[in-house]
Design a protein around this ligand. Structure first.
Ligand SMILES: Cc1ncc(COP(=O)(O)O)c(C=O)c1O
Length: 462
């Protein structure tokens, strides 16, 4: 039987509560390992100089909370409650993280520069909102989002994304993921069951898409974006696309393909989900307008602040045909009573004051410099790697020379202190090896260092 080393402060009183807290912390923190048999109550009571009832009650409390297991005749043991000890869902994607080397350069794609969040502008906007909002404004808002938010976002989307935007068809969301979840629920209700997804595409969303009750079919993407002829040959009646900047290849859906995609939707009574996740960031020219502007009757447009501001906000929006916008608002109202009125008003104020555009101008310059620095460093260190896609967004995809063992290279990069993501997990059909590298949060000089580490990793795997 193991010593569990609990100390009680007799002067502080509440010895039972102290014992519960000490044991709970010991189990949570791993100091008292899963499976450890605890001393019999009589012995521990004697050691701690408390009545046996105090220990019995403490054990009972922790059994009730799930930290301890008690079986008649078998004593009391510690349950497996630490995160590492919990059984994990084997289908949950995991990033390789078991390297002994600390990560010096985290190039995992998906996150903007969190240090660039406009704290002062956001705080000032919130202060302005709070100084004018009547008390009545602090109640539950419209589940579709407060009117000021919908008006500002609609005019922003019309101005910047050439969207066919009407505040009445705009619904506030917690981000693209939320829009996919409730959008697919609404489409499922209408009988849709097969969802076309770009191949490759964000693996992070797959669970959510399947969880909505859809069969997924991967449709290839080439340098002109989604291969619509393959979509037309599939059984899909809904297509999820990233037309402005395909994730992760960086292709832009060319005009011919955009027309074909819309024609497919009209011909087959299908719906298009447009994920416009990073359209604010195009560095070589103005971004192409969104697909929704071409076919507002066929497109559920989803936008987010996860790249433009920070994922922590969980703030986004949907622009939909009237019937679908109405259903999205109903689902929102019946599932969580709507989003944060204060966040919506603050976002509206940030846009109206010009603060959002100013922030975007500043980070666009920063990301362009970082992308240039990474691409130049890769060309210098790894001339056989081919960077794909247009100059845009917060990540690049590199095609690796044929025959490269992608998984081994990802591990070797980690051993050199660089975390990267392999393309393999994003694919449906087998394809060539590649890496997806996020650069938004890393300064140019550090990106050059990271590229040198990547070269050493490549040399290591041969
Ligand atoms: C392709 C793609 N779409 C959308 C998002 C953003 O999702 P959300 O708005 O739910 O944060 C991400 C984030 O990584 C992404 O990679």
């Amino acid at each position: 039987m193991t010593e569990i080393l609990v100390e009680l402060d007799r002067d502080a009183g509440h010895l039972g509560a102290q014992l519960v807290a000490a044991l709970r912390d010991g189990v949570r923190g791993g100091r008292i390992a899963a499976g450890t048999e605890l001393p019999p109550t009589r012995r521990l009571a004697a050691e701690l100089r408390v009545s046996r009832g105090v220990v019995v009650e403490a054990y009972e409390q922790l059994v009730a909370e799930g930290y301890l297991l008690s079986r008649t005749g078998a004593g009391t043991r510690v349950a497996a409650v630490r995160p590492g000890a919990l059984s994990t869902d084997p289908a949950t994607p995991r990033t390789p993280s078991d390297s002994a080397t600390p990560v010096a350069h985290d190039l995992t794609p998906g996150t903007p520069d969190l240090g660039a969040f406009p704290r002062a502008a956001w705080t000032a906007a919130l202060r302005r909102v709070l100084s004018t909002l009547p008390n009545s404004g602090l109640g539950y808002g419209d589940p579709a989002g407060v009117s000021a938010f919908r008006t500002e976002i609609a005019s922003y989307l019309a101005r910047v994304r050439a969207a066919d935007a009407d505040p009445a068809r705009l619904v506030a969301l917690n981000g693209v993921a939320h829009g996919l979840a409730i959008g697919l629920r609404a489409l499922h209700e209408r009988g849709h069951r097969v969802l076309a997804v770009e191949d490759p595409s964000a693996d992070r969303q797959r669970h959510l898409l399947r969880g909505a009750g859809f069969e997924l079919v991967g449709i290839p993407v080439d340098d002109a974006g989604l291969v619509v002829a393959e979509l037309a040959a599939s059984r899909a009646t809904v297509a999820l696309v990233t037309p402005a900047h395909q994730y992760p290849t960086g292709a832009v859906l060319l005009p011919q393909r955009r027309a074909e995609l819309v024609a497919w939707a009209r011909r087959t009574d299908a719906m298009i989900l447009e994920d416009d996740y990073d359209a604010e960031f195009r560095y070589d020219r103005d971004p192409v307008g969104c697909l929704q502007g071409l076919a507002p009757d066929r497109v559920l447009y989803l936008g987010t602040t996860s790249k433009s501001l920070a994922p922590a906000l969980r703030l986004g929006w949907a622009l939909a045909p009237e019937w679908l916008a109405r259903r999205l608002a109903q689902i929102r109202g019946s599932s969580d009573l709507g989003g944060s009125v204060l966040d919506h008003l603050t976002m509206a104020e940030l846009i109206a004051s010009g603060g959002y555009d100013k922030h975007l101008r500043a980070v666009r310059r920063r990301y362009r410099d970082r992308r240039d620095a990474l691409v130049a460093a890769l060309a210098r260190e790894l001339p056989r790697w081919r960077v794909r896609g247009v100059a845009a967004g917060l990540h690049v995809l590199v095609d690796l020379p044929a025959g490269t063992d992608e998984a081994a290279l990802v591990e070797a990069c980690l051993a050199e202190g660089v975390r990267v993501q392999g393309l393999g997990a994003m694919r449906f059909a087998p394809g060539g090896p590649g890496l997806v590298l996020g650069y938004a949060g890393i300064r140019p000089a550090r990106l050059a260092e990271a590229a040198a580490c990547l070269r050493r990793a490549v040399a290591g795997v041969g």
